[in-house]
Design a protein around this ligand. Structure first.
Ligand code: AMP
Ligand code: GLY
Length: 420
């Protein structure tokens, strides 16, 4: 079959890498893709927010299956458009993607279905929000309601910080995403990510992961989109996963179906684990980045069969064939990230790296210039390896990092520390 993946980061490279290995795949096109993806798939320049352009492209290229990577086109309704055009699609409708696109919507769903999460309140004006913060005290969490590229959440350890966040949000710092603000109870504990496919009626867990949000070793410095990840996450034991399915995931899927907006796609639940119990931090309506890189490396070719079963409503008959193994990815970023950074520096040594079912350097922000690979983003490479143990996966990934010649880049040296 002909498959189109929408997106152009490390997550989409990992999806393409797994899909490519499945014998069902004939033509594989990624839009817009990047320099790493170009080595395994055709890259097409296509505005992935333009529903008319995407459906026309699918018709012209006889695309049988569309996989949507990022949340923004989902929230804008790209999966609604391709489905309406009769193309099998992996990814939720715009209505269902509100589970990521609106924090208040997710909180309402949790309240309606009884899923455990932080106590919360919603505000559309600054003064009542300030009063609430003064009454509740710190630590407390302030969130812009809408999509803010992962930057709309302030975990305030002091009241002053929380009040400043209110000023920023109602002052327009986050644009329309901040017109409505959610203030939440601070949850202590250990965070982990749980990935479940839902076809609207059935659910299939497909793995756990933990990422490293802070830029510096020892979880210091500002937050980022993620500096590394590993799978599985030992803190999410089988018992905790079963409980999270019963208390959080299945009730959410049932509530979405009850409202006439069934959730079809991957439900990525951020969980906070404390005292043997998981509470929902947030939902995302897509695979994590860089969590997808470790999940895809562990799933390999069967990922396509699972995504097809999800899109097709056949998840009740789908199974994951787990290898008892671990995967770890190290993000290499441009110096300065997550602040200002330069683009265009050359990355050398990539061609000599191992590339097989246990090793892959996924490209997140790269471009090709006269045969050279250059950095074009903040997070640039996801150096990923699999091993019989987490330690083995980590050692293999860092051996690859050491072989990359890119003086303008950096990475954390301690990915996996919590589990090791
Ligand atoms: P979100 O975008 O909602 O996932 O929030 C980003 C990050 O903020 C999460 O991954 C957590 O680390 C943190 N966070 C969000 N909500 C809470 C909460 N209620 N308590 C503690 N930490 C939180
Ligand atoms: N790595 C976090 C995310 O994809 O949201």
């Amino acid at each position: 079959m002909n498959i189109l993946i929408l997106g152009g980061g490390g997550r989409e490279h990992a999806l393409a890498w797994a899909v490519k290995q499945n014998p069902k795949t004939d033509r594989l096109i990624v839009a817009p893709g990047n320099a790493g993806i170009a080595a395994i798939a055709e890259c097409a320049s296509l505005d992935i927010f333009d529903a008319g352009a995407v459906t026309a492209f699918c018709e012209e290229n006889a695309v049988d299956f569309v996989i949507v990577g990022p949340e923004a086109p989902l929230a804008a309704g790209i999966a609604d458009a391709t489905r309406a055009a009769g193309i099998l699609t992996f990814g939720p409708s715009a209505e269902a993607a509100r589970l990521e696109a609106s924090k208040t919507f997710t909180k309402e769903i949790c309240d309606a279905c009884g899923a455990p999460t932080a106590a919360w309140a919603r505000f559309t004006e600054a003064e009542p929000a300030r009063d609430y913060i003064r009454r509740m005290g710190a630590p407390i969490v302030v969130k812009a309601d809408g999509l803010a590229a992962g930057k709309g959440v302030i975990v305030a350890m002091t009241e002053t910080e929380a009040l400043a966040a209110i000023d920023d949000m109602f002052g327009g710092e986050f644009g329309t995403a901040g017109a409505e603000v959610v203030i939440e109870e601070f949850m202590a504990g250990e965070e982990a990510s749980f990935f479940v496919l839902s076809d609207g009626a059935h659910a299939l867990p497909i793995g756990t992961a933990q990422d490293h949000k802070r830029v510096g070793d020892g979880d210091t410095g500002p937050n980022t989109g993620g500096m590394g990840a590993y799978s599985p996450a030992p803190v999410l034991t089988d018992a905790l996963q079963a409980r999270a399915m019963q208390e959080i995931i299945l009730p959410t899927i049932a509530e979405m179906a009850r409202r006439g907006t069934p959730y079809s796609g991957v439900l990525y639940a951020g969980l906070m684990i404390e005292d043997g119990r998981a509470r929902l931090v947030e939902y995302n309506c897509r695979f994590g980045d860089p969590e997808a890189q470790v999940l895809m490396m562990r799933l390999g070719a069967q990922a396509l069969d699972l995504l097809l079963a999800c899109a097709d409503g056949r998840l009740d008959r789908a199974r994951v064939n787990w290898a008892d193994d671990h995967a770890l990815t190290v993000v290499m970023a441009a110096r300065g990230y997550p602040g200002a950074y330069d683009k265009g520096s050359e990355i050398r040594g990539l061609e000599a790296l191992p590339a097989d079912s246990r090793h892959c350097t996924f490209h997140a922000g790269t471009g090709a210039q006269e045969g050279r690979i250059v950095a074009t983003g903040g997070r640039v490479l996801n150096v990923t390896a699999r091993g019989a143990s987490l330690r083995e996966a980590r050692d293999a990934a860092y051996a690859m990092v050491d072989a990359i010649d890119w003086p303008e880049g950096f990475c954390r040296k301690d990915i996996g520390w919590r589990a090791l």
